[in-house]
Ligand binder design. Structure first.
Ligand code: BGC
Length: 393
């Protein structure tokens, strides 16, 4: 057990978390497909065979932060292929939207694709905008972190900026693929963070950068006027409840300055309403899987605390996330230690089996929090990534 009251030395942290960090990186390397896609969860029936823009972008960011440059870039190549191979369709969406004839939700871009970039045949809650902002953000972060040019992804960046600029105001499904009738504040924040970050790289065309920056500015004003209540961000525009996905907008995506009053208010509301013994729920009315606790959300809360200067609290949350690892160090999507509505667990288990495990996004957020805390990563001797090097830049 770590004594959270004392600052942890990096040697202690390394001993405590080193194996899980190494295994997490190894798992993501092994699971990444030759096309660059990151499977959300290789064996969970509803997710098998698909890669999400949202999960994938956070996984790429974690791999990039851990020094896994090639893995991150292979994912960006996958995103780029998904987008550029739909160039005509995306341009049509943009033209129609600008002409006041915005396509229906089912004609917008999906949230997930098969590993070869197709759309798959299963019905899904597909119209979600956040992942398109998050991939731009992860790519721009990566480029700045490792001093990498953006030339190889220029067309995809251009398409994404134009797509988001004409669609950000639309209601769509949220991070949890629910409530498509609302405009979600975490979705808006992910879009604005991506547009702002890419605009300020200095590596994209000036006019495009201006379009991205001015759209981000409009989103920011919209959130300030309709997405803040009682000094915290809200789950969607016009409510006063919170959702743990809002934490991502403090860190790793600094849509809110981490020391600002609204960031502090958002952390406080999520600690108070959604956190039980360091395990974090998605939102109070959650019933999916009985409303369990998500290790990846404890990591997002840890990242927000770390950015706000509270390393001790961040370490407690990291430790809790690590405690959810099961056999072979696999991290699940969620655990049932504390449920918001236990009646929903059994029907869920009957329908789906047990919680998705391993969930690559959980591993990624665990890695990302350790990098934010400066805990060393020893990947010497790990099997190299299985796929061939593509698009060396
Ligand atoms: C979650 C999404 C996630 C997807 C794949 C869904 O259950 O709600 O946020 O992107 O699983 O991990």
């Amino acid at each position: 057990m770590i004594d959270a009251a004392k600052p942890i030395s990096s040697t202690t942290a390394d001993n405590t978390f080193g194996g899980l960090i190494r295994n997490s990186i190894a798992l993501i390397r092994q699971q990444q497909t030759p096309s660059g896609a990151y499977p959300a969860s290789p064996d969970f029936s509803a997710y098998a065979g698909y890669c999400w823009f949202r999960d994938g972008a956070y996984i790429a960011d974690a791999m990039s932060a851990a020094g896994e440059i090639e893995s991150a870039e292979r994912f960006f190549d996958w995103c780029s292929n998904v987008l550029t191979s739909r160039n005509e369709r995306i341009r049509r969406i943009i033209d129609e939207s600008l002409a006041g004839r915005a396509p229906v939700d089912t004609d917008m871009m999906p949230t997930r694709f098969t590993f070869d970039g197709a759309e798959g045949t299963d019905d899904w809650w597909d119209f979600q905008l956040d992942g398109y902002g998050t991939w731009l953000w992860a790519l721009a972060e990566h480029s700045a972190r490792h001093d990498r040019p953006l030339t190889a992804w220029a067309e995809a960046i251009n398409l994404t900026i134009d797509y988001l600029a004409c669609s950000w105001e639309r209601p769509c499904y949220d991070w949890w693929e629910e409530f498509s009738e609302h405009v979600h504040v975490s979705t808006l924040g992910c879009i604005a963070a991506g547009l702002e970050r890419i605009a300020h790289t200095g590596l994209i065309h000036e006019l495009l950068a201006e379009r991205a920056a001015s759209t981000a500015e409009q989103i920011r004003r919209h959130v300030q006027s309709e997405g803040v209540r009682d000094n915290h961000l809200t789950k969607w525009l016009g409510t006063d409840t919170v959702d743990a996905s809002l934490l991502a907008l403090i860190a790793p995506m600094p849509f809110l300055p981490p020391h600002s009053p609204v960031a502090a208010g958002t952390i406080a509301a999520i600690e108070e309403q959604l956190t039980v013994e360091n395990g974090v729920h998605r939102y109070l009315a959650d019933t999916y899987y009985g409303g369990g606790q998500w290790p990846l959300l404890s990591c997002f809360l840890g990242l927000a605390h770390a950015a706000a200067g509270n390393r001790t609290r961040a370490l407690e949350l990291l430790e809790w996330a690590a405690s959810t690892a099961g056999e072979n160090d696999e991290l699940p999507e969620q655990v049932e230690r504390h449920l918001l509505d236990p009646n929903h667990l059994q029907p869920w288990n009957e329908r789906w089996g047990s919680s998705a495990k391993p969930l690559l996004w959980s591993h990624a957020m665990f890695i990302r929090l350790t990098t934010a805390l400066g805990i060393p990563h020893d990947t010497a001797g790990l099997t190299p990534a299985s796929a061939p090097k593509e698009n060396a830049k």
